[in-house]
Design a protein around this ligand. Structure first.
Ligand code: 9D3
Length: 468
């Protein structure tokens, strides 16, 4: 990832990168940070870059010319893929969140524009800016610290920037809850003992204690988050009555990746923004219509489990049924044995191998799966012999085993590996299998996944049925 930072204070950016993790990432070529000094681009003889605002008011504004020329110097540079996303850091922007950090980490190159004084002439912003982002509701003296905050948050999501130990903690399911309190040696300090649950060695008890403390803290310090968490859990609880039919919705609610749009009893419409999917669970046409009245503005993929809705969605909403699938669900909570030991994260270098061998091998989708650490490779003698991964909605899939290695039961090892991953995240392991894929259904059943009585349907509108 290459960050270009347009600023009047390039030193602040250089100094901001002076920490061990970012330094190491730069040394390893994983990120590049290039401050661009806007002042170098002024045409004013005295190096002036600011002037008074028309209409009066306090302070000075950065003028359009130097900002524009600094920006254009990047667009003209060789090797820059155009158009590059240009983020203006400003108190008048949308809030910077983890999901925006995730989205930005998928870009190859970013331009961050830092304002100073009272801001920047609006006309140049209209010409170059693609996003306006604020880091919170407080007033700083300039955009350099916010730019550094964004560089830091985005960089740590780039594969390889954190080592395994550092990234392990980010893997844990956050689910909109604040983290539980933690303790290290000694067992007693200033007369305060480490909570005995943590010393018990009983994993279930420890997990439970941590969850309760996390809920407590969230309720106290972030009632906004807690309310959302509680609402999701409550509905997930109801939907569990038909676990095999509702698995996708329960999983997404439990993991906190779907946000409830509207609900009436056990009828739910939710949005999974990360996957770009609108999800519905209902069991009558009437309820389906009620849910569809709460569709947001921007959607192109719908997942639901009530067949008669297909007619409404195709006739009245101009959608197309992209896939009719059986839903296989792993209903227990205990992890499965994985016979093949050498399964690891799929390396980006092997992307062409995945593209070549996955039937539905959309390169961008696979690249994104690998980048998010959602694709896993089985190795035999140091060579990739197969792979499997999680889709954006959390379903298990993308399974491939090299014909040379078909004797080794790698397929079921990979599938079990995914089941265990899904369990670790606190969701329900489930897979969507096209209705004509009998072989895959058989394998799922052999592994102890159960197929629900209702099929699920993927519908899309506009561009092809690829996710995102
Ligand atoms: C005219 C009133 N001021 C807005 C409240 C002007 C102004 C103050 C401070 C304009 C820019 C700044 C400097 N801040 C940033 O550039 C900035 C920022 C911030 O101050 N808080 C949170 N996020 C951000 S992102 C950029």
């Amino acid at each position: 990832m290459v960050f270009h930072v347009l600023t009047l204070f390039p030193e602040m950016i250089r100094n901001g990168c002076d920490n061990s993790i970012l330094k190491r990432a730069m040394a390893n070529g994983l990120i590049e940070v290039h401050p661009v000094d806007i002042r170098q681009f002024t045409q004013d003889r005295h190096g002036k870059v600011d002037d008074y605002p028309y209409g009066g008011g306090a302070g000075m504004l950065m003028q359009a010319q130097p900002v524009f020329d600094a920006w254009r110097s990047l667009q003209d540079a060789e090797g820059v893929k155009k158009p590059v996303r240009t983020v203006y850091v400003t108190p008048q922007g949308k809030p910077f969140t983890q999901s925006l950090a995730q989205e930005l980490s998928e870009e190859e190159e970013l331009i961050l524009l830092c304002g100073h004084y009272e801001g920047i002439d609006e006309r140049v912003l209209e010409e170059v800016v693609t996003d306006r982002v604020s880091i919170g509701d407080y007033v700083l003296t300039g955009g350099e610290l916010p730019a550094m905050v964004m560089i830091d948050a985005v960089s740590r999501l780039i594969p390889g920037v954190l080592n395994n130990e550092e990234s392990a903690e980010t893997e844990s399911f956050d689910n909109d809850l604040l983290e539980y309190p933690q303790y290290s040696r000694p067992e007693e300090w200033h007369g305060r003992r480490v909570p005995e649950e943590l010393l018990s060695g009983d994993h279930k008890r420890i997990r439970n204690w941590r969850l309760e403390r996390a809920k407590e803290r969230t309720r106290e310090f972030r009632p906004d988050l807690y309310e959302k968490y509680a609402a999701r859990q409550e509905i997930a609880e109801i939907l569990l009555g038909h676990k095999k039919e509702n698995a996708y919705m329960i999983d997404n609610l439990q993991r906190g990746v779907a946000e409830i749009l509207y609900t009436a009893g056990d009828q739910v419409i939710a949005s999974n923004p990360g996957a770009g999917v609108i999800e519905l669970c209902c069991d009558s046409t009437e309820a389906g219509r009620e849910l569809l009245a709460h569709l947001p503005e921007d959607w192109h993929l719908i997942l639901h489990n009530f067949e008669p809705l297909n007619e409404i969605l195709t006739k009245e909403y101009g959608m197309e049924v992209h896939a009719s699938c059986y839903q296989s669900v792993y209903t227990q909570r205990v992890s499965l044995p994985v016979a093949h030991k050498d399964i690891r994260r799929f390396p980006m270098e092997a992307l062409p191998y995945a593209v070549e061998n996955y039937e539905n091998g959309d390169e961008n989708y696979l690249r994104q799966r690998i980048q998010k650490g959602e694709l896993f490779a089985a190795y035999v003698d140091g060579e990739i012999a197969g792979f499997a991964g999680m889709h954006d909605d959390g379903s298990l899939g993308i399974l491939y085993v090299d014909p040379k290695f078909r004797r080794l039961k790698l397929g079921s090892s990979l599938a079990s590996y995914l089941v265990n991953k899904a369990l670790e995240r606190g969701g329900i392991p489930y897979a969507h299998i096209r209705e004509n894929n009998i072989a895959s259904l058989k394998m799922q059943e052999k592994m102890g996944l159960y197929t629900g009585a209702k099929k699920v349907f993927w519908l899309c509108r506009g561009k092809s049925g690829q996710m995102k």
